[in-house]
Design a protein around this ligand. Sequence first.
Ligand code: GYE
Length: 331
Amino acid sequence: MKIVKRLLTLSIIAAMLISCMACKKKTQESYSYEKDLIVVGYVQVGAESDWRRANTLSFENTFTEENGYKLLLADGQQKTENQIEAIRYFIQQDVDYIVLAPNVETGWEGILMETKEAGIPVILTDRQIKVSDDSLYVCWVGGNFEKEGKDAGRWLADYLEKQGRADEIINIVTLQGTIGSSPQVGRTRGFAAVMAEHPNWRMLDMQSGEFTQSKGQEVMEGFLKRFDDIDVVIAENDNMAFGAIDAIKAAGLDPGDDIIIVSFDAVRAAFEAMIAGDLNVSVECNPLHGPRVAEIIQRLERGEEVDKIQYVDEGIFPAETAAELIGTRPY
Ligand code: GYE
């Protein structure tokens, strides 16, 4: 913790001690709280999905006062400008660390110059950014989205092969995440790489469902009106897949059977959808970054080096594994 902040805190505490004898106990508590805690400002994307809620909870459960932290949480409501404002607020608060889950990849250069000037380390988590100067952030930890996209494509190729449909014309639609966010960019790119190996796969259309269930449903309704021969839906997260499933059922079709549904995240509700036969596979994206970021902060506090880029291990969960594994899922 910065010396200036400590001194400021001490002088405030001293003033409180003088002016407030009646609340002596409380003052002593706030003294130890202010003195020891590492203040972390987490600039979250929003609350758009089950994944996101599990991610927020992971931070809330990790960055507790018992663990030595004071967590300040800012909800960006899926808007980059809100996140930039939140970072500026955390600079004014002189927090010890800023943790940023960036909504999209671009637009961060200016505000990260401000954090650098203020001497506040920025740890990126979940999504990545594009900046010309990597020293604007300490490190990043999250999922390998391009690999996830490839895993989804390879699973599909395998599944079609097993169904004897390897050489059929396969019509695909994609519900993309927030355009320009690194999970959207990576998953789209990874799937496209596998698609290039299958000339019989046709991408009818790709549209953003903003990673939400309601928008995913709306976009899928549009696809179903325009195309009467969709074979596969690629939903770039589980919640958009849930929306697509509702739209497909409303159109009188059987999701998981008439239309193959592939999604990402592997949240608990996805396992339920797989058990119900509505979803065919979910490629895992692990949201439990709280402890990982805490470990990074602890290393930095000890003056140790940290890896610049840290990918988390992730699996693939096809429907036939869902019943057995649902009880083991932590989110
Ligand atoms: O897949 C989605 C969420 O950035 C990896 O954002 C995250 C994605 C996740 O809204 O559900």
